[in-house]
Design a protein around this ligand. Structure first.
Ligand code: C2E
Ligand code: CA
Ligand code: CA
Length: 675
């Protein structure tokens, strides 16, 4: 030890000229020598530290460094440690790096410390650089990091990048930025990123890349343009995080949420999403709705396996024919294709299906489909409306026998032109009194005979064929021709009622009336005049109004007044289609109603549903409580007939009693019933 002391003392002069703080310790860390520069930097004088455990590192920290210390002792080469935080005697922090070199003096292992100061404890202006250094350090450990020069060539890549991209450091330097992306869309992305960097903007997003071996991986990327402070040149710093696993999971979830598992086509949710994107982008497209005709019959003929085959094969044909179009399965046998292609091309799919039949067990299955083409933005402007319009078109196509793809505009044009034809020809028919009245008998339960018949309009046109009242009446109401139909029916009914009375078997005639007719203030006058014209007693006329009529009448005093006047004359009013609208006690009390007709929709399934029986029973009780007669219409079977009688109906109408027939044919029905 003495000898060591001597060496140190003689060396003192030499070492004290080194412009860095230095110290020498034993292998246990006891300070042997402390330089003058160390005194200046750390504030401890040599007498204070020599023979002590070095004072400026806290003890628990030095314990943590035990492993490194051992390494220092064993090594022959000097070891450099970056960024130590030490404390001066005054308690200030000093950032230093240290070079440690172990040496043996006099058989004693010693360690020489040489400190380099990062910053002086007093001045702060280099703290920024220090912070940057630690940020860079942190980034380097968590991100893939590459630097690209102004030409787009890689100048640096960190370990994480090399590990993921499988490049070696030597090979990757000098490669172009574009080489890191897959061909096609990847290159497009690379161009976007590059343009952004070139215009000095940070780019951020997820993007697909390729490894050296051509495998793809996904990263979340932040690309930052940087100006080098040394020479003002630009370079680009690219930070990336591998998100391949996350992306894979996401795709999997999307698969579950957006893909139809049976056909692998997208499902309705995905379609809705895509359509709203198209709409947002103001893209023009046709929304083609395809529906396999009689799918359920086809399916029943075979088994579940062939059902799957059928669907898969059908989907395959759609994909082949409508290449590059978006195809979705929206129902069991319903599909939607989004395409910019023309109508004739879309319709060509029918021929394509014929040319490429689907075979199940070596038999070609005759598949026919119905389709509707609705265009955006010409025909409809939202997903919901596109769907609705398609359903309406398909419905129409199916009614016409299926096997056709029709565009919405065409089918509505057809409907429109049919409507116009009806209006045109109806004027003629009314002029020539070409309409007919059919009479349907109503059976009075108590007497078991027929006292009343309902008058129903019939129109057989040369061009249009039979036009059903359900189609005719709404058109007539819209065009105002309902007044003429009403007048015609009223005239014919009064005339006929008078004839039957004269023949000695009086029958009450019940005519249907629309609220529009009663808005005519001359309604009372018109009815009175007609009754008079044919010498028909008022009590032989009955008027059926619907609940909708009643609801509107309630708000229109003039209608109620007219009804009351007619009632005083002896004309009875019947509330038709009872139960389908807004049956309200109020208007039952307000309006002069003497009978209500339970709608046929209740009667048609009354035998199957006990609930309906209770409901109908309730309606009958309701009528009785208000002293109103109750009739049930649409009675088709004996069972219904017996049940309704038992439930207490006053009168019954329906095919079981008699179909609507001409006045001549009615006589037969009545004589058979009334006898
Ligand atoms: P509504 O007044 O409810 O007439 C009853 C409808 O049911 C009639 O159809 C009739 O033929 C039918 N029907 C009768 N018994 C049965 C049965 O047992 N089973 C089934 N399934 N149906 C039965 P129609 O003649 O086709 O008339 C349809 C609707 O058109 C009428 O319904 C009525 O609201 C309206 N309508 C008919 N003629 C006239 C009219 O001259 N003027 C006005 N304003 N509307 C009329
Ligand atoms: Ca009716
Ligand atoms: Ca009815």
């Amino acid at each position: 030890m003495n000898r060591l002391q001597q060496i140190l003392e003689s060396g003192n002069e030499v070492f004290n000229h080194v412009p860095f703080p230095m110290m020498l310790t034993t292998k246990e860390g006891i300070v042997l020598w402390w330089s003058r520069e160390a005194e200046k930097t750390f504030g401890y004088r040599a007498e204070e530290v020599v023979g002590q455990f070095y004072p400026f590192i806290e003890e628990e920290k030095s314990a943590m460094h035990k492993a490194t210390w051992d390494q220092v002792l064993r090594s022959i080469d000097p070891i450099r440690f970056e960024d130590f935080l030490l404390h001066t005697k005054q308690g200030e922090e000093v950032h230093v790096s240290a070079v440690l070199k172990s040496l043996t003096i006099d058989n004693e292992r010693c360690v020489m410390f040489l400190f380099e100061q990062y910053n002086s404890p007093i001045t702060n202006d280099t703290t920024g650089a220090q912070e940057l250094a630690s940020i860079k350090n942190g980034l380097d450990q968590t991100f893939m990091l590459t630097y690209i020069d102004e030409e787009g060539l890689i100048i640096y890549a960190n370990d994480l990048f090399l590990k993921t991209s499988k490049w070696t450091p030597k090979r990757v330097v000098g490669k172009s930025f574009w080489q890191l992306f897959p061909p096609g869309t990847g290159e497009m992305f690379a161009n976007t990123i590059w343009t952004s960097l070139k215009s000095n903007r940070v780019w951020q997003g997820s993007v697909e890349k390729i490894t050296k071996d051509g495998e793809t991986y996904w990263v979340e990327m932040t690309a930052i343009p940087v100006t080098a402070s040394s020479n003002d040149t630009m370079y680009y710093c690219i930070l990336e995080k591998d998100i391949t696993e996350k992306k894979r999971l996401q795709t999997h979830l999307e698969q579950i949420a957006y893909v139809d598992p049976e056909t692998n086509l997208m499902n309705r949710h995905r379609l809705e999403y895509i359509v709203s994107n198209f709409i947002e982008e103001k893209r023009h497209f046709s929304f083609v709705f395809l529906d396999i005709d009689k799918f359920f019959t086809l399916k029943d003929m075979h088994d579940e396996d062939s059902e799957t085959t059928l669907l898969l094969e059908f989907a395959k044909r759609m994909k082949m024919y409508f290449q590059d179009s978006d195809i979705a399965r929206v129902g069991v046998d319903e599909f939607v294709v989004l395409t910019p292609l023309s109508e004739w091309f879309i319709q060509g799919f029918l021929t394509y299906l014929k040319q490429h039949p689907i075979y199940i067990r070596n038999t070609a299955i005759p598949i026919s489909i119905s389709g509707g083409i609705t265009r955006y933005p010409e025909d409809q402007s939202t997903f919901l409306h596109l769907m609705k319009a398609s359903n309406a078109t398909i419905h129409k196509v199916k009614q016409d026998g299926g096997g056709n793809i029709v565009s919405l505009s065409k089918s509505t044009h057809q409907a429109l032109s049919r409507k116009l034809t009806i209006e045109k020809r109806l004027i003629e028919a009314l002029h020539h009194k070409d309409l007919q009245v059919y009479y349907q008998p109503q059976l009075d339960v108590r007497s078991g005979s027929i006292h009343t018949v309902e008058a129903l309009v019939r129109w057989e046109d040369e061009v249009l064929g039979t036009v059903h009242p359900n189609e005719l009446i709404p058109i007539a109401e819209e065009s105002g021709m309902i007044h003429d139909i009403g007048t015609f029916m009223l005239e014919q009914s009064c005339k006929q009622a008078a004839i039957w009375q004269k023949e000695g078997r009086p029958l009450k005639v019940s005519i249907n009336s629309s609220v529009r007719e009663f808005r005519d203030h001359n309604m009372v006058k018109k009815i009175r005049q007609t009754l008079e014209k044919y010498s028909c007693p008022a009590h032989l006329l009955q008027i059926e109004i619907t609940e909708k009529f009643a609801l509107e009448a309630e708000a229109e005093q003039s209608i109620i007044r007219q009804m009351r006047l007619l009632q005083q004359d002896g004309v009875a009013f019947v509330l038709d289609d009872f139960g389908t609208g807004y049956a309200s006690f109020r208007y039952m009390q307000l309006l002069p109603i003497s009978e209500l007709k339970i709608d046929q929709s209740f009667i048609s399934s009354i035998m199957q549903q006990e609930k309906l029986q209770k409901l109908v029973h309730g309606m009958i009780q309701f009528g009785k409580s208000m002293s109103i007669r109750v009739l049930a219409e649409g009675v088709e079977t004996m069972e219904q007939f017996e049940l309704l009688k038992e439930l207490g109906c006053d009168a019954l109408q329906g095919y079981y009693i008699g179909h609507p027939v001409t006045s001549d044919d009615l006589e037969q029905t009545i004589s058979s019933k009334n006898s």
